[in-house]
Each structure stands twice: as C-alpha cells, then as structure tokens.
Design a protein around this ligand. Structure first.
Ligand code: NAD
Length: 305
C-alpha cells in the first residue's frame, strides 16, 4: 500500500513514517522542512518530496492509497492570521478535495486547541471556541471535513484531535516541544524546572506511540469521524516533574513563576476517549509514566541525554 505522509520530517510525521516503513508500507514523505529536520528520518529509506503543499502539483500524488496529513504551522504563537489559515486550512482543503475525488484515504491531524476553554473531559461536540488562530485554523478544517463526510459517505476521512503529544523526535520543535522535553532540558542543565504557580494545572499528555497507533487504526477505520487522540488522563505539571525526577534519579524542586497568560490559560485538559474507542477501537497502550520511561530510554540510546 502506498502512503504519503505530509509533514513527515516533523515530530509526529516522522514517527508515523518510520513505523509504517517498518511494517512494509511503501512510504513517501512530503515536507518543506519549515519546522521538520532530516535527523528525524535517519534510518528511513523511502522517498521524500521536498515541496510546500501550496506549490504541490497534485498529479504527483495521485498514485497514493492513503494520505496522513500532518503538515501545518505548529508554532501556536504565530499571530499572522493569513499565513496560518493559508498553510493550515487552505493546504488542508486542497489535499482533502483531491483525496475524496481520487478515492484516497485521508487521515489528518486536528488539535485539542479547537476546544479553547471547554470544560473537561473535552468531548468532540464541545469544540468550536478556540483561543488562538492556530486552534481556529484547525477548527475550520474539522468543519470542512464534516461537510465532505456528509456529502461523500463512501469516502474515508478521519480527523484526529491530538492533545499534548510528547516523545521521540520532538526536539527540533524548540520552544514548541512538549513540557516534558522542556523540563527535562532544564534539569539536565542543572537548573530547577520552571513551571507556572503552583503546578497543579493539568494537561492530557499523550505519548507519541499512542498517536502512531491511532493513525494506523484510522487507516483501517470503517467510519468517517473526527475524534480525540488523547490519553484520557490529565497530568499536573508537578506530576511531570516528579515523574522525571523518579525516572532520571534526580531530586529537583520546581521553581514556580507567575503565569502571564492566566486570563486565557487552560487549567485542565483531558480528552474523552469514548468516540475514539467507539469508532476506531482505540485505547492508549502507553500511560504517562510508561511513556516517559520509554522516551528517556530512547533519548539515552540516541545520545540526546
Ligand atoms: N505535537 C502536538 O502536541 C500536537 C498537538 C495537536 C496537533 N498537532 C498537529 O500535528 C501535526 C504534526 O505536528 P508536529 O508536532 O509533528 O509538528 P512539527 O512542526 O514537528 O511538524 C510539522 C511538519 O510540517 C511541515 N510543514 C509545515 N508547513 C508545510 C507545508 N506548507 N508544506 C509541507 N510541509 C510543511 C514542517 O516542516 C514539519 O516537518 C500538525 O498538524 C499539528 O498541528 C500536534
């Protein structure tokens, strides 16, 4: 089966690409390298189309059976609304339309940012009031996908609302990498890990191997759907630090800093797993602690720590 992974040199796309290749899929990556890095694909032996989606001649991707669309501006602090919408929404529309017209399975990355301040557990029907242009760009993708699903019941479209993903190959995201990576870096540098007062805000932290699994399930889905891709559990920032201390043999106390965004800040994200379980048969295999231990082992094996 021929699969195309847009954003395949990025964090999540590279994990999907490497896993699919190991399962003998015929994998091609498409990326403009704007936030990805070739080092994420060391060991990968497939083709790479080096191109921005906006410039892509769709004739070049007509032979694919499945598209995993991961490419996007992932820096959530980008405020240029036009650029964000052009990349995250217009490029998405271009690929979605082409996929449906050519009977290509289309699996795409949406985001928990579509929920804004919706209360936990976040259920799929509660999205739609995002706090920033990034969340809005993803929300519009979901709205368009729903229309395509309704008009084309024989199509194969799955939207996955990723929550806070962490794990191998995220390090090239810099300031956009997960809090697990950021706090780990601070501890590795001999600094106290810095978090907002008083560390009890919680996030649904989901290990990237769970995200790869749900993408594979989405490829085999019998239902068009948009579902949460999450762990179903919220972890506080204090718990992240204690798990890292335990896993690395450290004993760092957190340094609490004032939260300058407290007005907009989400205190608790925790995705509901119900629909992902119902439509895709997804239950996360890795819990938070298991994910952190596996991640740290990978970082050690690859000389990142
Ligand atoms: N990491 C998370 O916690 C998280 C959470 C929610 C949603 N998502 C979504 O998951 C997807 C993957 O995110 P990630 O964390 O791997 O980020 P990433 O920045 O590592 O990956 C994005 C990739 O897309 C590529 N890209 C960007 N614009 C492109 C374009 N116009 N044409 C071709 N390639 C382009 C980049 O070079 C990069 O390789 C994104 O759609 C993101 O919005 C991620």
């Amino acid at each position: 089966m021929k699969v195309l992974i847009t954003g395949g040199t990025g964090f999540i796309g590279s994990n999907i690409s490497i896993e699919l290749e190991s399962k003998n899929y015929d994998v091609t990556v498409l990326d403009d390298f704007s936030s990805g890095n070739f080092k994420n694909l060391l060991g990968y032996t497939g083709d790479i189309i080096t191109c921005s989606i906006k410039d892509l001649d769709l004739k070049n991707i007509s032979e694919f059976d499945v598209i995993f669309h991961q490419a996007a501006i992932t820096d959530t602090t980008v405020h240029n609304q036009k650029i964000m919408m052009e990349t995250n929404t217009e490029d998405f529309k271009k690929l979605l339309k082409f996929s449906v017209e050519n009977e290509i399975k289309f699996i795409y990355a949406s985001s928990a940012a579509t929920y804004g301040n919706a209360s936990s557990p976040q259920k799929e029907e509660n999205a739609g009031y995002p706090n920033n242009i990034y969340g809005f760009s993803k929300w519009v993708c979901d709205c368009i996908a729903k229309k395509y699903m309704a008009k084309n019941p024989d199509s194969h479209i799955v939207g996955l609302r990723y929550f806070n993903v962490f794990g191998p190959r995220e390090q090239y995201k810099g300031k956009m990498a997960s809090m697990i990576w950021q706090l780990l870096q601070q501890m590795q540098n001999g600094e106290k890990p810095r978090i907002f007062e008083f560390g009890e805000q919680k996030r649904d932290q989901v290990y990237v191997k769970n995200i790869v699994d749900i993408n594979l399930l989405a490829m085999k889905s019998k239902h068009n759907c948009i579902v949460n891709a999450c762990s179903g559990n919220a972890v506080s920032f204090n718990e992240i630090i204690s798990t890292l201390n335990e896993s690395l043999g450290y004993n760092y106390e957190p340094e609490y800093i004032k939260n300058p965004y407290s007005e907009f800040y989400q205190d608790h994200t925790e995705g509901s797993l119900d629909l992902a379980n119902k439509f895709l048969g997804y239950t996360p295999k890795w819990n938070f602690k298991e994910g952190v231990i596996d991640y740290i082992n990978w970082l050690k094996e690859n000389n990142y720590i």
